[in-house]
Design a protein around this ligand. Structure first.
Ligand code: ATP
Ligand code: MG
Length: 319
């Protein structure tokens, strides 16, 4: 088994080793391969990610990913967007759970407003929002597969009242849900973003387009104590990549205070994907036991350091 590890930039470098320890605890014999990609590499060599790096990720059974800084430099292209495209990681699963609620946000990951088709002109810039029937069908299928394991219902986050592209997305999702025997309810994304915070218990699987899913999952961080807690999985036909929802957080990088919970939960999702029974729950229980005792990094009100929290989580698993 081959696991690619990409710490990336900023706090990615601090939380990924913690997550890797958790993975190694269960998969001692796996082969771990490291790819140094990201903004730091770009600054030094002019290349953030090479074709060889992409091949290496493609050949792995799963990728454990940290975070990469994206800068608004005209020559710098988002690395994670390129990886998602090249590995065709079309589904981004972002679970948000806490006392009494358990939500899964399913975000379309390859098209929409992040199509990468852009033009910058003088006084006018455009970004093309691409929605295809095929792209909508496969993300709707993915959401329905999740729903089958859960409450057999999906909410479709959209803005079809304004965007023609979302009419196609919404209607395709409704059709796919029908074919799968799953109940579906379209909701406008703005109203949905508020309602999910007010009534999180009413929600189960939410499927939506790329940027809406990105924003909605950050917003849902409010329900769980912030960005440091939310994991994600990016799934394609052949590959899968697991990463925290948060970014490289340059504002707190290098201080050893980043919350590794999102990365640890991402490790749990990776182990689950690779079929390691029980690992995800054990990691979660170990995290919860610490949080319940008030042991946490500063973002959640505690004073423990990133690496120390990680050690305690592993110790909890071994107990
Ligand atoms: P990027 O461009 O890489 O996304 P960013 O500046 O948007 O970087 P994020 O990583 O998205 O930063 O974080 C947004 C805010 O949340 C920051 O203030 C950051 O300090 C905080 N944050 C994010 N992740 C964590 C974490 N794991 N632990 C503690 N705070 C975090
Ligand atoms: Mg960010």
């Amino acid at each position: 088994m081959k696991i690619a590890v990409v710490p990336g930039d900023g706090i990615g470098k601090e939380v990924t080793p913690v997550a890797e320890e958790a993975v190694r605890h269960y998969l001692l014999d796996a082969e771990y391969i490291y790819a140094e990609v990201g903004y730091g590499r770009w600054e030094r060599t002019g290349e953030a990610v090479t074709d060889e790096d992409i091949d290496l990720l493609k050949e792995s059974d799963a990728v454990l990913f940290g975070a990469i800084t994206t800068v608004p430099h005209p020559d710098y292209k988002s690395v994670i967007l390129r990886i998602r495209k090249e590995l065709d990681l079309y589904a981004n699963l972002r679970p948000v759970s806490g006392p009494g609620f358990d939500i899964e946000i399913v975000r379309e990951n390859t098209e929409g407003l992040y199509s990468g088709i852009e033009e910058t002109g003088d006084g006018r810039s455009t970004t093309l929002r691409v929605v295809t029937r095929k792209g909508s069908e496969r993300i709707a299928e993915f959401a329905c597969e999740r729903a089958k394991l859960r409450k057999k219902e999906i909410v479709i986050g959209n803005k079809a009242n304004v965007l023609k592209s979302d009419v196609l997305f919404r209607d395709t999702c409704i059709k796919v849900a029908e074919e799968n025997g799953i109940a579906s309810k379209p909701m406008y994304i703005d109203a949905l973003a508020l309602d999910v915070l007010m009534h999180p218990k009413r929600y189960d699987v939410i499927v939506t387009t790329n940027i809406f899913g990105d924003i909605l999952s950050d917003v849902c961080g409010f329900l769980t104590g912030g960005l440091g807690t939310l994991p994600s999985g990016n799934y394609g036909v052949k590959n899968a990549l697991f990463e925290p929802v948060h970014g490289s957080a340059p504002d707190i990088a290098g201080r050893g205070i980043a919350n590794p919970v999102a990365a640890l939960r991402s490790a749990g999702m990776l182990l689950d994907y690779l079929g390691v029974d029980g690992a995800k729950n054990e990691i979660e229980e170990s995290i919860q036991a610490l949080l319940n005792k008030g042991i946490s990094t500063p973002d959640l009100g505690g004073d423990i350091r990133t690496a120390d929290f990680g050690e305690k989580v592993i110790a909890g698993i071994m107990r």
